[in-house]
Design a protein around this ligand. Structure first.
Ligand code: SF4
Ligand code: SF4
Length: 99
């Protein structure tokens, strides 16, 4: 699923610089995520960085846009053709770390 920002957003801006894909920007009233740039942080981090940074927990999964790890990783590779991205427990929330 892509991540979306819900109305609980307080426009603090904390999420914007956390996104590895530059997917977050100020919208008409609250911050918004471009779903074509959101990879759920797959390829970069093991969690959604915007959600981790958001005080009111306004960055949530979009149930209308369910996407597989493969799809999200391919998007990350297209966004960053100059980088050698990998899928590991550190770069995909789909791969649970062993406890
Ligand atoms: S989940 Fe990751 S890639 Fe998607 S908007 Fe949030 S920080 Fe950016
Ligand atoms: S971190 Fe949360 S509250 Fe702050 S701008 Fe981003 S979505 Fe809005």
């Amino acid at each position: 699923m892509a991540t979306i920002i819900i109305d609980d957003c307080i426009n603090c801006g904390a999420c914007e610089d956390e996104c590895p894909n530059g997917a977050i920007s100020m919208g008409d009233e609250i911050f918004v995520i471009d779903p074509n740039l959101c990879t759920e942080c797959v390829g970069h981090h093991d969690e959604q960085m915007c959600a981790a940074a958001c005080p009111p927990e306004a960055c949530v999964q979009d149930p209308e846009r369910v996407e597989a790890e493969e799809t999200l990783f391919e998007r990350a590779q297209k966004i960053h053709p100059d980088r050698s991205l990998t899928l590991t427990t550190d770069t995909s929330h789909f791969r649970a770390k062993a406890s």
